[in-house]
Design a protein around this ligand. Sequence first.
Ligand SMILES: CC(=O)SCCNC(=O)CCNC(=O)[C@H](O)C(C)(C)COP(=O)(O)OP(=O)(O)OC[C@H]1O[C@@H](n2cnc3c(N)ncnc32)[C@H](O)[C@@H]1OP(=O)(O)O
Length: 423
Amino acid sequence: MNSTRFATATDGVAVRYITEDEFPRWKAAVQVGFLRPPADAADRMRHVPYSPGRLLGAFDGDRCVGTARGFPSAITVPGGAVLPADAIANVAVLPTHRRRGLLTRMMRRELAGAAERGEPVAILVAAEAGVYGRFGFGPATRLSGYRIAVPRAGGIRLPEAARRGRVELVDTETAARVGPGVHDAFRRRQPGAVPRPPAWWRTDTGVLRHPLRHTPEPFRAVYRDAGGTPTGLLTYRVEEAWEGGLPASRLVVLDLVTADWTASAALWHHCLSVDWVTTVVADNVAPDDPLPLLLGDPRAARATEVDCDFLWLRILDVPAALTARRYPVPGRVVIEVEDRSGHAAGRFALESPPDGAARCDRADGERADLRLDVSVLGSLYLGGETLARLEAAGLVEELRPGALGRADPLLRTPLRPWCPDGF
Ligand SMILES: CC(=O)SCCNC(=O)CCNC(=O)[C@H](O)C(C)(C)COP(=O)(O)OP(=O)(O)OC[C@H]1O[C@@H](n2cnc3c(N)ncnc32)[C@H](O)[C@@H]1OP(=O)(O)O
């Protein structure tokens, strides 16, 4: 029988950091891996700088067939601490070279580098759910939104505090000026949020053109609190439509970040007050945003079809990560963490005293209360999942009777995590 022999991983594909002259080929490989024309690479990836020692490539001869990029970022954790994080993006292997272990080799290299640099966690936005669990990542935040039928909503209640400030439409220059400060205040209060690099604002406001984001130019509104400080920035477009002579336009929220819920309420009020708009669509709303409760009829806000995990988190240094978080009640639990790669494996005692900061230390000699994989700890860490639910799904093992009931309230959080920013 005739058979076609395809190249295998042993055929000499090298995984290494790229040099600057290889950068254009690397960007073209990202584009092809993401099913986009390689010719668009220079334009689509203008925001990605060449960073020595942070851009991994897989090379078959001189062809770049695999890519991965790590860059320094940070993540806000429950309680408001901001942890350094290794952000991983632009992961792609060409269709001709898939399922031969190239991603595995790049990911091992990237995580080993992050551990060496002392970054306690790594984060990424997963294109598909089946890929990153094996590398110790767990889904840590969710993406979901609302479609609001404006006539059915019966108006929107504007809390008293929101009336003391004002909403104003601004041009892109003003948005570029106030946006970074608003976003910074937002992400410091929101577990799961990450900083926006300066290039994000240059792209969003058209200094760097983004072919998808800028057709047509969106509207922008800023909310200023009673003292005049900008505390919210809303970016939206309106798709104008008429049905039988009646207005039937859709307002699509592209971006809404606020320093507090007062600003959110004021900017949602703006969305629902634009004449000719009968539907407001927001595909990425914080899980604890009060939006539906502000409506006369909360059922006018239906969940959109976008509802899935978003940011994935991988703990590399368990004591550093767990010590940085706050816990709502006092307690103590010893957790046995399994980690195939070894970075986070071991037993750890987490202690939250009645007064003072929590501590997590190695406790290899102690009997463990719970056993879980490091990817499950990644899902628990920001409060996006509860121990009870993970145990019900068979992902947490209770090693001491009653341990689950004692540890569950310890790990809960008052504000569910959210990360509106892809990278
Ligand atoms: C952070 C980001 O950038 S997200 C974007 C990721 N990139 C993409 O989705 C672009 C399109 N896809 C690709 O480029 C590639 O298929 C990748 C990068 C997802 C995987 O690269 P590969 O080199 O094929 O992965 P590799 O061969 O190392 O696979 C490792 C394991 O993951 C599994 N795997 C790989 N891709 C997938 C997938 N999409 N779904 C489920 N399992 C997968 C493999 O079967 C293998 O399993 P095993 O260890 O049990 O044998």
